[in-house]
Design a protein around this ligand. Structure first.
Ligand SMILES: *[C@@H]1O[C@H](CO)[C@@H](O)[C@H](O)[C@H]1NC(C)=O
Ligand SMILES: *[C@@H]1O[C@H](CO)[C@@H](O)[C@H](O)[C@H]1NC(C)=O
Ligand SMILES: *[C@@H]1O[C@H](CO)[C@@H](O)[C@H](O)[C@H]1NC(C)=O
Ligand SMILES: *[C@@H]1O[C@H](CO)[C@@H](O)[C@H](O)[C@H]1NC(C)=O
Ligand SMILES: *[C@@H]1O[C@H](CO)[C@@H](O)[C@H](O)[C@H]1NC(C)=O
Ligand SMILES: *[C@@H]1O[C@H](CO)[C@@H](O)[C@H](O)[C@H]1NC(C)=O
Length: 182
């Protein structure tokens, strides 16, 4: 991995983050609240998009995915206690038939994504490369095709990657490719 570049990007964002910590208290409360709102709405929008790409749900998993409940209470979802952002999406062996929405790449707090043993077709969206907190990605025994996104391993904490029993081609992306934000 091009650690030099990764670390420099990391420290730049750390600097920006520290800078923001100092600036936010002086920003207007309204701006801060609407920013908060935008962030938690991003997760619900992404989950709706995920659901919309699933054509068949024979076990009725998505019955609990209705707007009368907070999305943190939906089946297969776990959230962080403080932030109430999605940290785990685990729907393995639910007979789901459909494809993967690129919106999943917006679940920026996601650590574990487990969709093993379903009937998910199509490609793994490149946007998964944006899930920089992801440690486990389990998509084994589906009908996924195409290449494993080349930037999946860039600057990521990914330690468990299970993709067996699909129709994917190419290699598991090498972590020696340069870290980019393109
Ligand atoms: C987002 O946060 C706001 C303010 O904390 C809250 O009122 C709203 O219900 C939250 N929305 C979701 C979908 O969690
Ligand atoms: C939403 O989910 C709850 C809990 O599963 C259920 O009781 C309720 O009937 C659902 N509402 C709709 C409109 O589907
Ligand atoms: C895979 O899912 C099917 C139902 O879709 C289930 O019958 C089977 O036991 C599951 N296999 C594993 C290894 O979980
Ligand atoms: C989320 O992801 C989709 C597709 O990758 C994108 O079009 C959308 O603008 C993103 N942002 C939000 C806040 O939903
Ligand atoms: C793979 O999934 C199919 C159904 O989609 C199921 O019948 C089969 O048992 C699964 N195989 C394993 C090893 O889990
Ligand atoms: C991976 O590619 C996607 C789509 O082009 C992009 O949105 C994302 O930022 C990239 N991630 C990294 C870590 O380069």
């Amino acid at each position: 991995m091009n650690t030099g570049l990764c670390y420099s990007v990391f420290f730049k964002s750390l600097f920006l983050f520290c800078f923001m910590i100092h600036v936010i208290p002086f920003a207007s409360t309204t701006t801060f609240l609407s920013r908060n709102l935008a962030e938690n709405e991003t997760d619900v929008v992404a989950l709706r998009a995920f659901k919309s790409k699933m054509i068949s749900d024979p076990q009725g998993v998505f019955n609990s995915w209705n707007e009368s409940r907070h999305f943190c209470e939906w089946e297969g979802i776990r959230c962080g206690r403080r932030h109430r952002r999605v940290t785990i999406l685990d729907l393995n062996s639910r007979g789901l038939y459909g494809s993967l929405s690129p919106y999943i790449g917006n679940l920026s707090f996601l650590r574990i994504l487990t969709l093993d043993n379903n009937s998910i077709k199509g490609e793994i969206p490149r946007e998964f490369g944006r899930l920089f907190r992801l440690t486990n990605l389990a998509l084994a025994n589906n009908s996924l095709v195409g290449e494993i996104p080349a930037n999946l391993s860039h600057c990521s904490r990914l330690t468990v990657l299970s993709l067996q029993r699909n129709k994917l081609v190419g290699n598991i992306p090498s972590s020696s490719t340069p870290c980019t934000t393109s």
